[in-house]
Write a protein that binds this ligand. Structure first.
Ligand code: S3P
Length: 169
């Protein structure tokens, strides 16, 4: 594979900055950014909260899997910013590992909570967002470990995160 065109796939909990950093990486490398959540929304013709409400989380996960498959089949030179739960299916993790450099973004609970507080577009955080973030972090403690490398984004500007990722590239 031509290393300079190797895809980069960003994984990590909600609020770790995958989309923002993905955007910067895409500009820096001249790659296309594919935001998996946005691609799912386009495919479904409804928002993520609507998909969860009308069809349930399992349906969302099916759409997420189908979309990831299509996106990674579309070739090299893409940055994929995945949703935080895309790693919950082992077949997705396999696809990602075969599809490019998998980079996990992490952050401590406080930084995540500050970033997602008040966001109504994340159905899994409905209710007490702080409690939900802490519970999900606990549930998913090991879920992001399959990545080729990990960058802790706590307290870093998006530009610094991008540089840290490029150091692994
Ligand atoms: C989810 C994260 C969201 C989105 C959906 C479910 C999760 O994406 O895919 O609300 O299970 O962690 P972001 O990580 O981009 O917020």
């Amino acid at each position: 594979m031509n290393r300079t065109k190797q895809n980069i796939i960003l994984i990590g909990m909600m609020g770790t900055g995958k989309s923002t950093v993905g955007d910067l990486l895409a500009m820096e490398l001249g790659f296309r950014l594919i935001d998996l959540d946005a691609a799912v929304v386009e495919k479904a013709g409804m928002t993520i909260p609507e998909i969860f409400e009308r069809h349930g989380e399992p349906h969302f996960r099916e759409l997420e899997n189908e979309t990831l498959r299509q996106v990674l089949a579309s070739g090299e030179g893409v940055i994929v910013a995945t949703g935080g739960g895309a790693v919950l299916r082992p077949d997705n993790c396999e696809l990602m590992l075969q599809g490019g450099l998998v980079v996990a973004l992490t952050a401590d609970a406080e930084h995540i909570i500050a970033r997602v507080q008040g966001d109504r577009n994340r159905p899994l955080l409905a209710g007490n967002a702080e409690e939900r973030v802490r519970a999900l972090l606990e549930e998913r403690r090991d879920a992001y470990r399959f990545a080729h490398c990990t960058v802790d984004t706590s307290g870093l500007a998006a530009e610094e995160v991008m540089r840290a990722i490029l150091a692994h590239y």
